[in-house]
Write a protein that binds this ligand. Structure first.
Ligand SMILES: [Ca+2]
Length: 557
């Protein structure tokens, strides 16, 4: 059974709906998979967006375009990322856990460049006719065009949303316009995407495309357009407790999750400590998610303003996504474009001041300000889950996953409860495109990848069979097997949760079920060891001469 049969089966449902089946049966077109138009694929990735930030996941932020995609497609309720920017991006575009491809640390092994065989998705799509476009954040090793993309806007300047300085077009540094008063990164990202799509229509309309649209929003610094902030300015003055309750109530009405709402963790603050930042930020800043009633008036106003800017960034992202959708419609390709939307990690509890610094007199959200969401409203953005970006509790690793493809998915507005992970995206896209992943690359064997195709779950909410899902980041560890999750924060004991009813990770079963803990811990370690074996085989040998131990090369996004 070769490539043809599988390609044909994958497209059977589409052909029935489009009335092509009779034609195909007569002409024997199933024998040749070229006859089925391969879908275009747009993968939209947000940066540090919380699980409940979209309207369709319970949020109060206006996201009508993403909500419409969900209403016309699918929403996964248990999709995971890796809890951090760069490991998620590597996992998303390779189909491997980041640790397997040197994009997150392992004991004794540093972050580094991917192996030659650890190709990104465009390298697999290109030989089958796809054009590949990238607009937005990169944060993967190597240059973008070397990774198989035909065009790229690399929004490298993630410290100031109001200038293009330091960004790269097709891997070459741009010269910012003399007058950048109209520049806003989220809009510029979509301007570039639309430019690519228009060129595609002019020159390559007979070919499918893959567009990787990776916003730098709503990541800190909280920078947004004044008119966008104005819509949310006073919306959050009643605080993060109320916001969590309201989001949770909406999620319950939607039937999104069967869980209680997690408790706020007043002892858990930002993952990294920058005491100097608090001096600059002033008395409105607070590094713990305390009950709102305990905050001073000044703290309430300051925190609510930060959430308003976060909301404005998400709102603007959605509006810009609306422009992409209009462009796809204008090109007549909207129906046969498979659109995904996800976030690279949970909302962030980080508080720091970097890049151009923070001017306390500047308007909050303007270029001269440097604010971060922090643990209070981050908790609310991650409703109903615990913890934040960097932790591998559900708040750090849970992402919305919206999937929309009118020509290929019959279901409309349905939920999908099967667990999914960003490692599944490469096999999913390859299957819908009818492409077999090569088994070797440039003379090197491509090892088996852990991701599973989500295609069976696109028509019906079937469970995607897999042994486990696995996490490790900065000493935080977790494994999910079926509905059991074993998780521990760095230095803490294992916690055991039954995710059927407790995705809030509120009822730790570890003491009651020590054997289950041992079983899952053994599986976690076995996975770790297999990752170490694979990664160690291909790691660059570190010379022992070097005395200085370099920190992992990341810029802590
Ligand atoms: Ca991120």
């Amino acid at each position: 059974m070769g490539h043809h049969c599988r390609g044909a089966v994958a497209h059977l449902a589409i052909m029935i709906r489009t009335g092509l089946l009779a034609v195909c049966a007569l002409t024997g077109l199933f024998a040749e998979d070229k006859t089925t138009a391969r879908p275009n694929v747009v993968f939209i990735l947000a940066d540090d967006l919380g699980f409940s930030d979209l309207g369709c996941y319970g949020g109060e932020i206006a996201t009508p375009n993403l909500d419409a995609l969900a209403a016309g497609g699918l929403q996964f309720t248990q999709c995971y990322n890796t809890a951090r920017c760069w490991p998620t991006r590597a996992a998303l575009l390779t189909g491997y856990y980041a640790q397997q491809v040197h994009r997150d640390g392992l004991p004794g092994l540093r972050l580094g460049a991917r192996q030659k065989w650890a190709r990104l998705l465009p390298d697999f799509l290109r030989p089958h006719g796809y054009r590949n476009y990238h607009s937005g954040k990169w944060h993967i090793d190597g240059k973008v065009l070397d990774a198989g993309f035909d065009r790229s806007l690399n929004v490298k300047n993630q410290g100031n949303f109001f200038t293009a300085a330091r960004n790269l077009i097709d891997d070459v540094r741009v010269t910012p316009a003399a007058d950048e008063s109209d520049y806003y990164a989220t809009t510029a990202t979509v301007d570039h995407a639309i430019d690519c799509l228009k060129e595609h229509e002019r020159k390559f309309s007979d070919r499918p495309f893959f567009h990787y649209l990776a916003f730098i929003a709503p990541h800190f610094p909280l920078h947004a357009l004044p008119e966008d902030i104005a819509r949310y300015r006073d919306k959050y003055l009643d605080g993060w407790d109320k916001m969590r309750e309201r989001r949770y109530a909406r999620q319950q009405r939607m039937g999104l999750l069967k869980t209680t709402l997690s408790d706020l963790e007043p002892d858990v603050g930002p993952p990294y400590h920058f005491p100097a930042a608090f001096k600059v930020l002033g008395p409105g800043e607070i590094n713990r998610p305390l009950p709102w009633v305990k905050l001073t008036d000044e703290q309430r106003r300051f925190q609510a303003t930060k959430m308003a800017i976060h909301a404005a960034m998400v709102d603007r992202m959605d509006r810009e996504i609306g422009r992409v959708i209009e462009q796809l419609k204008a090109m007549g390709v909207y129906e046969n474009t498979l659109i995904f939307f996800a976030s690279d990690n949970g909302a962030s509890a980080e508080i720091m001041v970097r890049h151009g610094g923070h001017d306390p007199k500047a308007a909050p959200g303007s270029a001269a300000s440097y604010l971060c969401l922090g643990p209070g409203f981050s908790s609310a953005s991650n409703t109903p889950f615990r913890r934040h970006k960097t932790w591998v509790h559900e708040g750090g690793t849970s992402t919305p996953l919206v999937v929309h493809w009118p020509s290929g998915i019959q279901a409309r507005g349905e939920l999908r409860h099967t667990p999914a992970h960003v490692i599944d995206i490469v096999p999913t896209i390859l299957e819908v495109a009818g492409i077999d992943k090569p088994t070797e690359w440039d003379g090197e064997t491509i090892p088996p990848a852990p991701g599973k195709s989500l295609v069976p779950s696109l028509e019906r909410d079937v469970n995607i069979d897999r042994d486990s899902l696995w996490w490790m980041h900065e000493g935080h560890r977790a494994i999910r097997v079926g509905d059991w999750k074993l998780v521990s924060a760095r230095g803490d004991a294992w916690e055991l949760y039954d995710l059927r009813t407790d995705r809030a990770e509120s009822r730790n079963m570890a003491d009651k079920m020590p054997e289950k803990v041992q079983e899952l811990e053994a599986l976690w370690k076995r996975q770790l060891n297999s990752m170490i074996r694979l990664a160690a085989k291909t790691a660059k040998q570190t010379t022992k001469k070097k005395k200085k131990s370099r920190k992992p090369k990341t810029d802590r996004q």
